[in-house]
Design a protein around this ligand. Structure first.
Ligand code: TYD
Length: 233
């Protein structure tokens, strides 16, 4: 049986990357193998696509082209990183996954959910996440965090690519609001998989909320793995 696959989602600037790292450290201390990855990215080819996607002019890609490139990167991430790690028994944590394409391109980018669902069926199929954490911050708060971060990235001392990494943040408040509404809607539609977590407060407080949501799944997995080991032995 494959190890659990857990994804982290949410608007720009909600603190996903910090929470992925915090959970990975917690799981390592708990004694389970864990692999972290991110999207777009997660494989050598996916990282090249990431550079194309997150840099440059705000209107550089149509939502349709964006969705296709996101799914090209996702296909590589599944094939080369996520699925092999799960098969080796490593719990996979992914910073963004398919719900981002649905929220950003499908709903906020007005591509429409059907196109994105078709890509999901073709590329992800049965390899999707067991659990998805949506970190939720009021949209104004999230955009504020994203802008502060972006200002740092535009620092002239940084590399050109790093400075431009805010292409999505440039899309503005209305877009961010639509993204947030889309994530909340997805959570309503799939309550068994998607757990919405309040991302306000300190990183430590949010990390505790994340652990409360994730640990039951990890405990079930470790219990099953251990009983499998004792049956084998
Ligand atoms: P990310 O590096 O996670 O940005 P942040 O830390 O600001 O949340 O993702 C980069 C951007 O790519 C982000 O604005 C969301 C966007 N994105 C999509 O539009 N569709 C997708 O399928 C994915 C994975 C990301």
């Amino acid at each position: 049986m494959r190890a659990p696959f857990i994804t982290f989602e949410g608007g720009d600037g909600v603190g996903k990357s910090t929470q992925v790292k915090a959970l990975a450290s917690h799981l390592q201390e708990y004694g389970v193998p864990v692999l972290t990855t991110r999207e777009p990215g997660g494989s050598p080819a996916g990282d090249k696509l990431r550079t194309l996607l997150v840099t440059g002019d705000v209107g550089a890609w149509t939502p349709r082209a964006e969705a296709l490139l996101m799914y090209a990167a996702r296909s590589e991430n599944l094939t080369h990183t996520i699925n092999p790690a799960r098969a080796r028994g490593e719990i996979v944590l992914c910073d963004r996954f398919a719900d981002s394409t649905m929220a950003y391109q499908g709903v906020a980018g007005a591509l429409g959910p059907e196109f994105v669902s078709s890509l999901y069926d073709l590329i992800v199929g049965d390899d999707g996440p067991d659990l998805t954490i949506v970190l939720d911050l009021g949209e104004a708060g999230a955009l504020e965090r994203a802008k502060q971060r972006n200002a740092k990235k535009r620092d002239a001392t940084l590399q050109k690519e790093e400075r431009l990494e805010g292409r999505f943040e440039e899309k503005g408040l209305a877009y961010q609001k639509a993204v947030r509404a889309a994530f909340l809607q997805l959570a309503d539609e799939e309550p068994a998989r998607i757990c919405v977590i309040d991302a306000s407060g300190s990183a430590a407080v949010v990390a505790e909320r994340v652990r409360m949501a994730v640990m039951p799944l990890i405990e079930i997995w470790t219990a099953q793995t251990n009983s499998g080991d004792s049956q084998d032995g």
